[in-house]
Design a protein around this ligand. Sequence first.
Ligand code: PMV
Length: 346
Amino acid sequence: PTLEEGVFSWSAPSNIALIKYWGKKEHQIPANPSLSFTLKNCKTITSLRYKRKEVVGIGFELLFEGQPKESFRPKIQKFFERILPYCSYISNYNFIIDTSNTFPHSSGIASSASGMAALAVNIMSLERALFPDMTQEFFYQKASFLARLGSGSACRSVSGSIVVWGENEEFSEASNLFGVPFSAKVHDVFKDYQDVILLVDKGEKQVSSTVGHDLMHHHPFAEQRFAQAHTNLKDLKVVLQSGDLEAFMALVESEALTLHAMMMTSIPYFILMKPNTLQIIERIWKFRKEHGVPVCFTLDAGANVHLLFPKAYKVEVMDWIASDLADYCQQQHYIADEIGEGAERL
Ligand code: PMV
């Protein structure tokens, strides 16, 4: 089938892992299963303009907020090369990809998950236009599959609100190739869970996640860590159904610190936390103890702190952030987000 030209437009959110993906095999296969909350406000909005061409091959132009952006080219080129075996039709088109983020450009928030997910769903819109029989399930699975080839964690940004990626004993439907929505019934407390991202360091991180994943190959604790992720996933599955917040906080914080412990014990070792990351963690523990508010933290591969808490405590926690935690953020900057539903066609 052929289509001459047109445009699609989608948004896709970021996600925050509770069980961390850290370590991968060839072809973006995770070394352990992971689980994340899909976010709502931190999104990438991408439009994909396509036009049929005669000469076959990968061809695209890149715009960021409407302006040419060549620095994204190597990543997108690699993405197109990787997906080509599964989407041969892309070589019949020239693309103009125009992208923007709802969060500030240099905020230390990685746009790779939301960006690759937004691009992947756009490609799938083209595939669906070419092959209209496709089921909804196929659309989302393959979109997640393609997003994974762009950036591993991006496969968890296509759908919501809790996504599992990586084969494991707990979820028979889980796959190494794409993320799947958490299938068990989730306790109400998690349905509108809040995530405030405290921007401790907005700069480019010193060690990329690609390098970090690679360092798990000869890591002295790799096997124990991968086994632990399976156990933690099993326990978290129970907790997400029971609503046991004490157990939730203990698991989530342990996962975050383990991720950074893996970095600190890699060869060579490195540290992505900053002094203010630790200041904030201490203040969270103090606040939790003194006020009895179930607020905990998680970290991704950087210095920023994600503050997780039930919506019922929103006013209290936001007041505390404004009057105290904001002082530990770069330019007092933080972003209020919450659990969300995944990619949206615009
Ligand atoms: O998707 P990548 O390759 O950038 O890896 C992301 C890894 C973490 O964010 C640290 C953990 C995760 O599961 O998202």
